[in-house]
Design a protein around this ligand. Structure first.
Ligand code: ADP
Length: 481
């Protein structure tokens, strides 16, 4: 089956969150299962500077993209990544030659509406010029959500078939791509799509809404999140629109790249380990504590946390429980980036408790692996979580997840209280009191070594690989054709 993916992030070229990991691992897994896969990505500066791109990129086509009454030029570069897997980079310096994909200093670029509309139109144009004849065009999040509609409209205009079925995966409904109505003419879509049955959303336009309405299938990244987003509490204002597609909603939990995230063979770690011999994990902990300036000795556990600093990740809950980390016999190491206010609060907490709390900012792939390996518990008190990857990385690394019972966290972690034999972690309600209770349970578990080791081994022996998830996507693609 010929498959096209369009995404705004792709590991290892550009990443701000789980989308990059999921898009990369899914496309790779589908390619390795024998399907020709093309992935479209904006040609951001960091991507063009990546050694694999610099070495191999060649120009594939020139673009002339109509946006209102202007033509915007650009080009598409082609990079062969591996057998069956080709990366296409949509380039136009004005839009993508920037240091960050979406914005700087916690603020979005003002022209994101134009940038990702250009990207979506460029993908449609490339499908035609490159004659990819894709059976499936799989789009990810709002940045690519306009593609299904633009594709069908273009087909009608040209009386030609450009691709088979379209899918939109919602990795996070909180980001929708909402822009002023004055951008509507840039779409060159017919006027009837300006209204409520089209792009309109409270007087503005909403790219994700267009994707939900006009793709052949809408998918989410976990069954619980798939149910949650149909409610006002989690629907971010789109629950009504989503309900109209309820029958076509397909929910599939992401996998993880078990090659990149493998404690038995991880170049970022000082020692290898596996479920049968955990001694290497202690060496990872020693290195983590040393590197982050934490006290090497102490009876209590080490908590790890890696996230974007944003309310979704439950930072309010951590704030409310700051006293736990300050007073109890434990250490906390945080790696995060984003919100300045949260960063300041965490830094102050760390400064007030040297040796006990370490806060590290910026994107740091190597430290993220070391935290996954060196911590005893991985904290994820998210208020909502479409799927979440870190809880799966932590299970793979023998670090017990301590997570709120929402979305993909509820679907991937089994609570040791509910199932002492098979349990892999601790789940709690997404409230400050819930986290307090979860933290208290983690101390009890840590003190009970046999139970702790059982949870560790249960997590490590879970099959979290993409193979199953990719096979499920393939079956779903087939069902659409
Ligand atoms: P989300 O996509 O909502 O950010 P996920 O848990 O699904 O959350 O995925 C986050 C991904 O980004 C994980 O691979 C995580 O390790 C990584 N990550 C987040 N913040 C950082 C950081 N500061 N440095 C390195 N990796 C990070």
């Amino acid at each position: 089956m010929k498959i096209v993916h369009a995404a705004s992030e792709l590991f290892p070229f550009v990443k701000t969150g789980g989308l990059a990991d999921a898009a990369a691992a899914l496309s790779q897994s589908l390619a390795r299962q024998g399907n020709p896969v093309a992935v479209f990505l904006p040609g951001y500066r960091a991507v063009l500077e990546h050694p694999r791109v610099r070495e191999k990129a060649r120009k594939a086509i020139t673009l002339g993209i109509e946006m209102d009454d202007q033509f915007h030029h650009g080009e598409v570069l082609e990079v062969g990544l591996e057998k069956n897997l080709t990366l296409y980079l949509v380039c136009r310096d004005e839009f993508f030659d920037r240091r960050h994909p979406y914005g700087v200093g916690g603020r979005d670029y003002e022209d994101n509406g134009e940038r990702f509309l250009f990207f979506a139109k460029a993908v449609v144009e490339a499908l035609s010029q490159l004659r990819l004849k894709a059976d499936i065009v799989h789009c990810h999040d709002w940045q690519t959500a306009m593609i299904p509609l633009l594709l069908r409209y273009e087909e009608r205009r040209r009386s030609a078939v450009l691709a088979g079925r379209t899918l939109l995966t919602i990795h996070n409904l909180a980001f929708q791509g909402i822009f002023p109505m004055r951008l509507f003419p840039l779409t060159n879509l017919p006027e009837e799509l300006r209204g409520m049955d089209g792009l309109e959303y409270y007087g503005q336009i909403n790219y994700l809404k267009a994707g939900i309405l006009f793709s052949d299938s809408v998918t989410t990244v976990s069954p619980t999140y798939g149910k949650e987003i149909l409610t006002p509490e989690f629907g971010c204002g789109l629950e009504g629109v989503l309900k109209t597609r309820k029958e076509d909603l397909f929910c599939q939990v992401n996998g993880i790249d078990t090659g990149l995230w493998n404690p038995a063979d991880d170049p970022h770690l000082p020692a290898a380990y596996g479920p049968e011999d955990l001694s290497g994990k202690s060496r990872c902990q020693e290195k983590l504590l040393k590197q982050t300036g934490l006290k090497p000795k102490g009876k209590g556990p080490v908590y790890g946390m890696i996230c974007r600093f944003t309310p979704q990740k439950g930072l309010e809950l951590i704030r409310a429980n700051g006293g736990f980390f300050a007073k109890r016999d434990c250490r906390l190491v945080v790696l995060g980036s984003g919100g300045e206010e949260d960063e300041r609060w965490f830094k102050e907490l760390a400064a007030a408790h040297p040796g006990k709390i370490s806060v590290n900012t910026g994107m740091n792939e190597a430290l993220s692996h070391l935290i996954e390996a060196g911590a005893d518990f991985f904290l994820m008190p998210s208020t909502f979580e479409p799927c979440g990857l870190n809880q799966m990385y932590s299970m793979r690394y023998g670090t017990v997840p301590l997570v709120s019972r929402v979305g993909g966290l509820a679907d991937t972690v089994t609570d040791i209280g509910r199932d002492p034999e098979e349990g892999t972690g601790i789940l709690f309600p997404p409230t400050a009191e819930g986290l307090a209770e979860g933290l208290s349970r983690s101390l009890d578990l840590y003190a009970d070594r046999p139970a702790m080791e059982r949870a560790i081994r249960n997590g490590m022996s879970r099959d979290l690989s993409w193979d199953n998830a990719a096979a499920a996507y393939l079956r779903h693609y087939e069902s659409l054709l």
